[in-house]
Ligand binder design. Sequence first.
Ligand code: ADP
Ligand code: MG
Length: 351
Amino acid sequence: MAVITLRGLTKVYPGDVRALDALDLEIADGEFFALLGPSGCGKTTLLRTVAGLETATAGSVRIGETDVTRLAPGRRDVGMVFQDYALFPHMSVTDNIAYPLRIKKTGKEERHAAAAEVAAALGLDGLLARRPGELSGGQQQRVALARAMAARPRVFLLDEPLSNLDARLRLEARTFLKKLQRELGVTTVFVTHDQAEALAMADRIAVMEAGRIRQIGTPAEVFRRPANVFVASFIGSTPMNLIDARVRGGQVEAAGTPLPLPAEARGLVTDGQAVVYGVRPDYLDYSASPVDDAFSGRVAVVENLGSSSLVTLDVEGVLVHALVGEGGEPEPDERGWAVPRTERALLYSDG
Ligand code: ADP
Ligand code: MG
């Protein structure tokens, strides 16, 4: 188990593609850490650079006390699960799982015993003689995990390990993986482009954009207090309201509606300043009759989300989303009011 420390980590691919841009990051011992970001932002490159499968252009990678920046992958003591699992199709499950031990020149008997033990822990007992082609997607994923675990590495690197599973299996695998990581206590870096997955599983999340980290925090922090418009629009199962607004007379005017200034914005904004008013649909209280400090408009769309509905109001041409609990849903074309909770609203000046 170990701390992972990245300092000024930079990776430039041929063609001047800057996949990692002077990135600093510290991942704690035993932490379940998610790297979250859109496709192409550098998540896989970061993992591969930590694993030693890519060479850093500049900067350093430390695992525990060791600077591993120039060490070969086999000497870094990491276990990696690739997005497509990368199992050896011609090898049995046992041989796949035992592979890292074979590389370490562990004897056959010992490596088969170790493989059997890890396989048992992951519920793969009956499948040891099969080849990957004879396994379901979920079983293949477990074999890939087992292979990463077999040599008992200090660090797990998981590149979108759940993305090839169907929706239902993915939810089961989420719980399974989280529980396994808890029990093993191994420092784990988990890559995903799925914000719900990151929020559900991680101790902390780094949100990446174009080779940089835009925010690091606990799931609660990045959900409640996204640091910028990019993070605000990337996190959340419903789209965060991000409305062009202006500070005016100690209030903020958004979609033609004067609203109280969020407490922490006071003193940081000047009168007349253009800002973005941000509030999640979760933090608007919907009303079918007039109320103060509310966005008011015509109900444009009502989307059923199960135990709640996402109501979209057309407020002077600006679409404002509010989550409404079971039973309180309006009908389209009715008039509606939605009061943002000021203590949950945020102002952004980064556009
Ligand atoms: P992610 O995993 O977040 O989707 P990647 O790390 O795969 O992102 O890619 C980051 C950027 O680096 C992208 O612009 C991608 O096209 C580029 N890239 C990745 N691998 C290579 C490579 N081997 N050669 C050149 N460019 C690459
Ligand atoms: Mg990737």
